[in-house]
Design a binder for this molecule. Structure first.
Ligand code: NAD
Ligand code: IMJ
Length: 253
């Protein structure tokens, strides 16, 4: 499905990352992939994971450092010459903001969460667009806490609401260049970012009991949806939030 296509994936931290499950789906479909990692401490992880993946490129990119974003896309231009898709699977808020009340969100915590989790989508889309000379697809990861109040999600819910709105505005801007922009609203998955959260196991149990499919979603199911959104099968879809949550979001109680 994606032979002779070039993509970049932001947000692999380890093998449980949604970004990694997405990479596996895209790689199996034949795409050539570049990966970015945030900070030296994750470099080894990403290099080991991708060592068997033919043609994989691994680059440092902390989205707070504009020079690293610029260098990433310059390397892509040199190595790939073109880009067909981009996967954004990045989020961060200071841990203290993900407990207690949203009411107590600090200015600094708010700005950090919005910068890393939402602004970065427009930032990388702007850098990617000139390389997407044959059209393209941009996919990010969001969560139900953008739409409804989820305990402790707090400022991340506000950041995801901004990410979802950014998806629509970017889709509107980039449509004329045949670049589609969509976001996947994933159900809870036990990744590094989720495990750091108190009460995650009761959250997972709650979701599995209430979701129409009576189970939690697997990272690979999110990855397969990302593959669909990066492939020509989704050529008529842009600006959309696609729920991959075993149906949880449709239920009132
Ligand atoms: P993860 O911890 O594996 O991935 C988060 C990634 O964000 C990490 O690779 C981390 O290095 C990266 N990151 C953080 N700050 C960064 C920065 N300044 N620059 C570059 N990268 C940075 O966890 P995950 O659950 O796979 O999260 C991936 C995405 O999926 C996030 O957007 C998250 O909000 C979203 N999501 C997760 C769940 C869930 O339950 N796990 C559900 C819905 C959506
Ligand atoms: C995160 C916080 C509170 C409730 C939560 C989550 N629920 C789920 C998540 C119910 C599913 C995971 N999620 C969807 C995220 O987007 C997580 C983002 C995140 C996680 C951390 C933990 C470690 C840290 N900062 C973080 N920033 C963002 O220091």
């Amino acid at each position: 499905m994606l032979q002779n296509k070039f993509g970049i994936i932001f947000g692999v931290a380890n093998k449980r990352s949604i970004a990694w499950a997405t990479a596996e789906a895209l790689h199996e479909a034949g795409a050539r992939l570049a990966f970015t990692y945030q900070g030296e401490r994750l470099k080894d992880n990403v290099e080991k994971l991708t060592s068997e993946m033919k043609g994989a490129l691994v680059l440092p990119c902390d989205v707070v450092k504009q020079e690293e974003v610029d260098a990433t896309f310059e390397r892509l231009r040199q190595e790939f010459g073109r880009l067909d898709f981009l996967v954004h699977s990045i989020a961060f808020a200071p841990k203290e903001e993900l407990e207690g009340e949203f009411l107590d969100t600090t200015r600094e915590g708010f700005l950090t969460a919005l910068e890393i989790s939402a602004y970065s989508l427009a930032q990388v889309a702007r850098a990617a667009a000139p390389l997407m000379t044959e059209g393209g697809s941009i996919v990010s990861m969001t969560y139900y806490g953008a739409e409804k109040v989820v305990p402790n999600y707090n400022v991340m819910g506000v950041a995801k609401a901004a990410l979802e709105a950014s998806t629509r505005y970017l889709a509107s801007d980039l449509g004329k260049r045949n670049i589609r922009v969509n976001t996947i609203s994933a159900g809870p998955i036990n990744t590094l970012s989720a495990r750091a959260v108190s009460n995650m196991s009761s959250m997972l149990k709650h979701h599995a009991e209430r979701a129409p499919l009576r189970r939690n979603v697997e990272a690979r199911e999110v990855g397969n949806t990302a593959l669909f959104l990066c492939s020509p099968l989704s050529s008529g879809i842009t600006g959309e939030v696609i729920h991959v949550d075993c149906g949880y979001n449709i239920m009132a109680v």
